[in-house]
Design a protein around this ligand. Structure first.
Ligand code: TRP
Length: 393
């Protein structure tokens, strides 16, 4: 062993790899026994129907499919602080809103681990080491970071924490060895960057981390559900969101005043589907069975669209159909939320339990990471013996 040190690095590293493999029972390949999901949201407001079709609905399906060994759903408060430092109270207040929205949509703490990012300090430690694996230029090329910097007028004063949040997101994902990350397509650059970090880490150190894959929403409408005013993005400040917690009346009013086709003035006029918010929402929400229940004159969405384009189908009729679908979809969510709101301390308790469970997993990964990096000095008897031998000689 002494001669190994003197002769150079590479054989030593091979020996270390062997030792590590022996200790962990992993050989060459990373341990991916069961499929693992991690995903989450920044707690900056109540969740809206865009979150629902873009991700929440799918998460519940995946949860109930039984195909996943573990599902981690994270409230990303630390990430939210990276661009809300003027308003930390907003983040603090919205943790419970997001938790209520999660659980009312059907995320079940008995099946999915719901937790708060800031309660897992191991994520910071992982982030710190991953920072060495990423260049400033690479972060500057991240298209989501780029457009967010523009949107927030950060050009001249980007907070370092904000700039580096893709690295902390890599820590979020890898800490749980997630292989599947259900997200909207604005998050694809984050997954790509995570994969690069994983690859680099596994190459430089040892194959400990898992390369994740994004799981995208099912269609274009679900990927980017527009606001009720037809604007590309739903946002609180534009007042164009339908929230999961909206009352039945609020939902109806919002649906009935939705942006449609400005050229469709009379019922008999031919209508256009592109940019027509009501039809985009139908693409996202409408299922075959809704026709049987609410609009039996039409066989399916294609027939309805064709009639609209031909002319002779009024906006109000389509909006009423959409309203029925939205009410049917949102009613059970609203009812569950009401129930959950009656015991808020219990919801915090769910998050506490979830955070404890998540922390155990992250701690295990961090310990593997540190062993792979060979910075687990005090457990490294080999190192201590070798150093001692060197001084004996
Ligand atoms: N960036 C995500 C968002 O803005 C939230 C998030 C933080 C996340 N860490 C994550 C999503 C890890 C998926 C995986 O909504």
């Amino acid at each position: 062993m002494l001669s190994c040190i003197l002769r150079g690095e590479s054989r030593c590293r091979a020996a270390a790899q062997k030792m590590w493999e022996g200790r962990t029972g992993l050989r060459g390949k990373v341990n991916t026994m069961g499929k693992i999901i991690l995903t989450g949201d920044r707690p900056t407001g109540r969740l809206h129907v865009g979150h629902y079709v873009g991700s929440l609905r799918r998460r519940v399906e995946l949860q109930d499919s039984g195909e996943y060994e573990k599902i981690f759903i994270m409230i990303a408060d630390a990430q939210a602080l990276t661009d809300n430092i003027e308003n930390p109270e907003k983040v603090r207040q919205n943790i419970i809103e997001v938790a209520l929205d999660y659980m009312s949509c059907g995320l079940d703490p008995a099946k999915s681990t719901l937790f708060i990012q800031s309660q897992i300090p191991e994520l910071c430690e992982l982030t710190f080491y991953y920072m060495d694996l990423v260049t400033v230029a690479r972060l500057q090329r991240n298209p989501t970071v780029k457009s967010e910097i523009q949107a927030r007028n950060f050009e001249a004063s980007i907070p370092v924490g904000f700039f580096t949040y893709p690295i902390s997101q890599a820590a979020d994902i890898t800490a749980f060895k997630a292989d599947t990350v259900p997200v909207g397509d604005d998050q694809l650059p984050m997954i790509e960057q995570t994969r690069e970090i994983v690859h680099k880490f596994n190459t430089v150190y040892a194959p400990v981390l898992v390369e994740p894959t994004a799981l995208l929403p099912e269609n274009e409408a679900c990927k980017r559900l527009p606001g009720t005013d037809g604007k590309a993005k739903m946002s609180k400040s534009l007042g164009n969101c339908i929230y999961l917690a909206d009352t039945a009346d609020e939902v109806r009013t919002k649906v009935m005043s939705m942006f449609t086709d400005p050229l469709h003035l009379q019922v008999s006029d031919p209508g256009h589907l592109e940019g027509n918010t009501v039809f985009t929402y139908l693409d996202a929400f409408c299922k075959q069975e809704h026709f049987d229940r609410y609009l039996p004159d039409y066989g399916n969405l294609e027939e309805l669209k064709a009639h609209y384009q031909r002319g002779g189908l009024g906006d109000v009729k389509v909006k009423k159909f959409l309203n029925n679908i939205m009410q049917e979809t949102l009613e059970p969510i609203r009812a569950r939320r009401k129930e959950l709101e009656r015991d808020i301390p219990a919801v915090y308790q769910v998050l506490k339990k979830g955070s404890e469970a998540a922390r155990e997993v992250a701690t295990r990964t961090l310990s593997e990471v540190k062993s792979a990096m060979r910075i687990h000095y005090f457990e490294d008897e080999e190192l201590i013996r070798m150093q001692a031998e060197r001084y004996e000689a």
